[in-house]
Design a binder for this molecule. Structure first.
Ligand code: NIG
Ligand code: FE
Length: 435
């Protein structure tokens, strides 16, 4: 049985850490550990060692040829897998009709007011069986694995009643046990107000607090709790009540904040010790100073700002003020129907004016932090989980965000194992021989 994996002749090993940190902030975001002409040695699913090729022989690694598979990565780069710390990848159906509505001029809030949006997805999910929901979601999970994602946070929030929220959370749990990707689960009962509580939002918040949270916590179905704290959705008061109830049950907050307005969501998240506050299109000086010196990771979702045509958050100003930033995909059917983290890197550079080193930190170590995983994921460090990918032949690491439409990932390794191409159904079939 093979137990080790040696990747040698790596043109460049990216995001290496000799002294691992939990996150990188401000000017340190533009620093990136790299080793050219490198090796990476993996045993029992963990990163055992890495370094210069010239040191490989003298290191005398216990490489037993019969138990070690070797990959020659000449001309190729090795990156730690992406950590996607904010997704809604478990959903049923799709919403391309709303996409057309948006092209014709309807806003995201307008679509929601007309009963579309999140409520539309909730209706479809209600009519979809748990098995079918699992199968649709697994297709997307395999899709993002093939695009380099090795850890993913998944939210509920298209149930909006106890049965359907539990259905979503059970699907997330099953993905966590069946898939090689690392999964963290977030309860987002407060994603939208169901139409029957349209004029009685307090009642729905009561149900979340008194009925949903206790069951979900008792069944250990969620790691985190989320609220869409924004104009037209949940207020600061609602958010405080829900986060307080979550904390009582040991659920740390990760919240949607300041996407549609200066909602006070950022300050509320910080007040309740949120691990991350996400979206942040509406971030001003007050929000930046509130975030400085806290343990809350500001997380930007440039896929949804791009898809909805929202003004971009002031990423440059935030980094220059000394803040850390994480980037995530927000993969969902309404505002970001893509989980392509390489594209997210490109949007980080092009739209948010982050340099390549900053976006690489933002989609690896900082997004690992935003899902409570930076001790074990998010960089090439000894003892961390061996989630990495090998690129095709590329000239530089900057080429990854630069070539924004190209599929540049060749080999996926999760938990130390090469993912079989069968797991990645979108890969083109091998060319026919003799054809
Ligand atoms: O993060 N902003 C709230 N929730 C999702 C959108 C969900 C949907 O439209 O289905 C988001 O953008
Ligand atoms: Fe979201």
């Amino acid at each position: 049985m093979l137990t080790g994996l040696l990747i040698k002749n790596i043109k460049c090993l990216v995001q290496t850490e000799d002294k691992p940190v939990f996150k990188v902030c401000g000017k340190y975001m533009s620093e990136l550990g790299i080793i050219t002409d490198a090796f990476l040695y993996i045993t029992n699913g963990l990163i055992s060692d890495f370094g210069d090729m010239k040191d490989l022989v003298s290191l005398n690694l216990p490489v037993n040829p019969s138990q070690t598979e070797t990959i020659d990565a000449s001309g190729r780069f090795v990156f730690p897998s992406f950590c996607d710390s904010h997704t809604h990848i478990v959903y049923a159906g799709s919403r391309e009709q709303e996409f057309t509505g948006k092209i014709r001029g309807l806003s995201y809030e307008e679509i929601a007011r007309r009963g579309g949006g999140i409520l539309n997805s909730a209706r479809i999910l209600h009519e979809t069986s748990e098995d079918e929901l699992y199968s649709q979601s697994m297709t997307r999970i395999n899709e993002v694995i093939g695009m380099g994602t090795g850890a993913i946070e998944i939210k509920s929030g298209y149930g909006l009643n106890i049965q359907d929220e539990l259905k979503m959370l059970r699907v997330i749990r099953k993905i966590r046990s069946d898939s090689p990707v690392e999964v963290r689960s977030t309860f987002l009962g407060a994603h939208a107000v169901p139409s029957e509580y349209k004029n009685n939002r307090d009642k729905y918040v009561d149900i979340i607090i008194n009925e949903m949270i206790p069951v979900i916590a008792t069944e250990d179905l969620a790691d985190y709790i989320d609220v869409f704290c924004d104009d037209g959705f949940f207020s600061v008061d609602d958010t405080e009540r829900i986060l307080m109830a979550g904390l009582k049950y040991g659920l740390t907050a990760k919240i949607h904040a300041n996407e549609l307005g200066y909602s006070g969501g950022i300050q509320t998240g910080i007040k309740y010790g949120a691990l991350s506050v996400d979206h942040l299109e509406c971030t001003g000086d007050a929000e930046i100073s509130a975030l400085l010196g806290t343990d809350t990771m500001p997380t930007l979702l440039p896929g949804s700002a791009f898809f909805l045509g929202l003004p971009d958050p002031p990423a440059r100003k935030m980094i220059d003020a000394g803040l850390p930033l994480a980037l995530a995909s927000d993969y969902n059917p309404g505002s970001s129907p893509s989980g392509n983290m390489k594209l997210i890197m490109s949007l980080g550079c092009i739209k948010l004016k982050m340099v390549p080193e900053e976006v690489i930190n933002a989609v690896t170590i900082n997004s690992a932090y935003a899902m409570g995983l930076s001790e074990t994921h998010g960089s090439i460090a000894r003892g961390k989980v061996a989630n990495v990918f090998i690129t095709k032949e590329i000239p530089s690491y900057e080429f990854m965000p630069y070539a924004f439409g190209s599929d540049l990932i060749e080999t996926i390794i999760l938990k130390g194992r090469i993912c079989p191409p069968a797991l990645l159904p979108w890969h083109p079939p091998a060319p026919l021989k003799g054809g």
